[in-house]
Design a protein around this ligand. Structure first.
Ligand code: SAM
Length: 298
């Protein structure tokens, strides 16, 4: 299946349907259901995305004393890294729409002894925070799941003070991220329908660099830049990669949970076949590409 493309003009919201509320509830519930796996694999996620995290912080430059909001934080890796940069007087708010993810991020902050980190349950499409109260907004691998990412970009601009900065990371095109794209391909083949289904944004829904930049300029950001970063993935074996990817990928976890054992095994076999091109003597070696988008509120 081809990567989904954004078709709306910069700044324009995706057309919504009367079912948009249901779709949101479905997406949010899907992520809530995998929060335990994100807790278990948080060290792997931090490690794999270390270069993305540092690039986001270098580009958005949180300074001592500033207030930072992380959206769609999951276990909170980006915001936890930002906490040291704004300490001691600055503050980081870790937020996610899934309360389970927020609880995991809060527990990690506690374990690290960070006293300048707060947590909140927030939907990035409707950020329940006052206008202009943050210096920096960070979001790694979250904006692409918004039903209306243009509205989310406007919300991000609204909660930033004039001069405030945003740094976003989203997966690049599906064909350049086979480590996850072929899982969705295998699931589509197994169920005989596109994964994610039409109208439901998936991990690659913002994988077009021009459209991603247009989202920020359309929301009124200045100095918008989009760059890319290689994020390859190595796994010791097919089983290691499959167990971890299927546990973390919200859309896939929901599909697997609804399948009988036989179909689950058949899906894994399809995925095994699709990984043939990425086998090495040391296991699997996949390419991967993240897009980084930054901007400043004028
Ligand atoms: C792929 S995970 C990324 C987690 C984390 N940012 C990271 O990079 O490790 C996607 C996250 O987006 C969150 N999410 C999805 N839709 C959201 C929304 N509308 N508002 C806030 N968070 C959302 C999910 O709950 C999940 O934690």
């Amino acid at each position: 299946m081809a990567a989904s493309r954004i078709v709306q003009q910069p700044g324009q919201s995706r057309p919504t349907t009367p079912d948009a509320g249901d779709a949101r509830a479905r997406i949010h519930g899907m992520w809530a259901s995998v929060s335990g796996s994100w807790e278990e694999h948080a060290p792997f996620i931090d490690d794999r995305h270390a270069a993305v995290t540092s690039r986001m912080l270098d580009l958005s430059m949180p300074q001592p004393g500033e207030r930072v909001l992380e959206l769609a934080c999951g276990p909170g890796g980006v915001g936890l890294a930002a906490a040291a940069r704004v300490a001691p007087a600055g503050e980081v708010v870790l937020s996610d729409v899934a309360a389970g993810m927020v609880a995991i991020a809060a527990a990690r902050a506690d374990r690290l002894g960070l006293t300048n980190v707060r947590t909140r349950v927030l939907d990035l499409e409707r950020i329940e925070q006052p206008h202009g109260v943050y210096d920096v907004v960070l979001c790694r691998d979250g904006l692409q799941f918004a039903l209306d990412p243009a509205a989310a970009a406007r919300e991000i601009r609204r909660v930033l003070r004039p001069g405030g900065r945003v740094a976003l990371a989203v997966w690049g095109p599906r064909e350049r991220n086979p480590w996850l794209g072929l899982v969705l391909d295998a699931a589509s083949a197994q169920i005989g329908a596109p994964v994610p289904p039409p109208g439901i944004p998936g991990p690659f829904s913002l994988g077009d660099a021009d459209a991603l930049g247009g989202l920020l300029t359309g929301a009124g950001f200045a100095d918008v830049r989009v760059s890319e970063l290689a994020v390859p993935l190595r796994a010791g074996s097919f089983d290691e990669w499959w167990a971890r990817t299927s546990a973390l990928a919200g859309p896939l976890a929901a599909i697997l949970a609804s399948m009988p054992e036989e179909a689950r095994l058949a899906l894994a076999e399809r995925a095994r076949d699709l990984t043939a091109a990425y086998r090495t003597p040391d296991g699997l070696q996949f390419p991967g590409v993240t897009l980084l988008a930054t901007g400043r509120r004028p």
